[in-house]
Design a protein around this ligand. Structure first.
Ligand SMILES: [Zn+2]
Length: 342
């Protein structure tokens, strides 16, 4: 269940500048308990009803611009855009399954205390992630770089205001490509995660730019594995494949030829059907041309080395086969979410 009141996770929060506990000021704002920036340190603002836990000296966010905008998103968002994207560009059909597996896994951890999953870049509800918000037994802490009704607080994913090794799962769905320094973001996910804690990520490979000036990265499957080298990976695969890529290529070709985004979208609409061919494309060749891809795994004791990275290329078809088996094999799901013993 989404944590709406930040005081309910006071045990997890840390100063975004120095990592010390946060304290409430007489004006009911949050501030560093150690005043790490001196007595003149500004308290952390609250904008649009959300505490902004950002060290502006080390953030892509500018303090004055954030205050002036009320921590609103610089990118236009809206339900029709989300619906259009889902219908035309496709979605990851496995997200809901991985959400339920992560919930199951964190609840099976025998350690006492509440269980927590932190959702990075979760200002918009990711397709398929609803089970996370509906489980009453797991705390869902969601943040994004802008205020939205479904974030617990505003924060910069490069500098997460959460204590080391304090949470049971991290969820990075459709957000890494929009971060300036994704390696640092993943390092933050690893830092706040307990040993053996769960990780899910979903991002883009051969997808055109989504958020224009704020869209920075794409990864091959092996590149994504190296980004998450501090994790084990027990299942991975493509969310959308070459059929979707063909539909996208035709749409962008038509948009460019017609000099119009809207006309191109209309002209290309019949080709949306191409993406249904993805269901017949699950082999090595398809993985080499995925549009979107994902990984499910756990925090490892040691990072993989380059030899293991090279070996990962040959492991990918089996890991995608594992994903498809998970959908019908409860025993396998249970095996992958068993207490890790670390
Ligand atoms: Zn501090």
């Amino acid at each position: 269940m989404l944590v709406e009141h930040i005081d309910d996770i006071a045990d997890l929060l840390a100063c975004p500048r120095c990592g010390a506990d946060l304290a409430r000021t007489p004006a009911d704002r949050l501030s560093c308990s150690k005043k790490c920036a001196g007595d003149a340190q500004p308290v952390l603002p609250r904008l649009a009803g959300k505490d902004v836990l950002v060290d502006f000296d080390r953030s892509v966010l500018d303090r004055e611009a954030t205050l002036a905008s009320g921590a609103s998103s610089v990118v236009k968002r809206g339900s029709w855009r989300t619906v259009f994207r889902h219908v035309v560009d496709g979605t990851n059909p496995y997200v809901g399954m991985f959400a339920r597996m992560m919930l199951d896994g964190v609840k099976r951890d025998p350690a006492p205390g509440p269980k927590t999953i932190v959702m990075f870049g979760a200002g918009e509800e990711g397709y398929g992630s609803k089970p996370l918000y509906e489980d009453p037994d797991v705390r869902i802490v969601a943040f994004d770089i802008y205020a939205s009704p479904i974030v617990t607080f505003v924060a910069d994913a490069h500098n997460v205001p959460v204590k080391d090794a304090s949470v049971d799962g991290v969820w990075l769905q459709g957000m890494l490509e929009f971060t300036i320094d994704p390696r640092r973001v993943v390092a933050e996910a690893s830092r706040i995660l307990k040993p053996g804690g769960f990780m899910f990520t979903d991002t883009t490979f051969m997808f055109p730019l989504c958020e224009k000036a704020y869209d920075f990265h794409r990864w091959s499957p092996s590149g994504l594995r190296w980004l998450f080298r501090d994790f084990t990976v027990s299942a991975s695969g493509q969310s959308t494949g070459p059929g979707t890529m063909a539909a996208l290529a035709i749409r962008y070709l038509l948009q460019s030829l017609l000099r119009s985004t809207k006309l191109g979208q209309i002209a290309a609409f019949p080709f949306v059907a191409l993406r249904f061919l993805d269901r017949f494309c699950a082999d090595r060749r398809a993985l080499d041309a995925s549009v979107g891809m994902f990984m499910f795994g756990r925090k490892a004791l040691q990072p993989i080395d380059v030899d293991e990275l090279i070996a990962y290329y040959d492991e990918q078809p089996a890991l995608f086969a594992t994903t498809r088996r998970l959908a019908r094999d409860a025993t396998l799901r249970s095996t992958l979410t068993a207490p890790s013993g670390v």
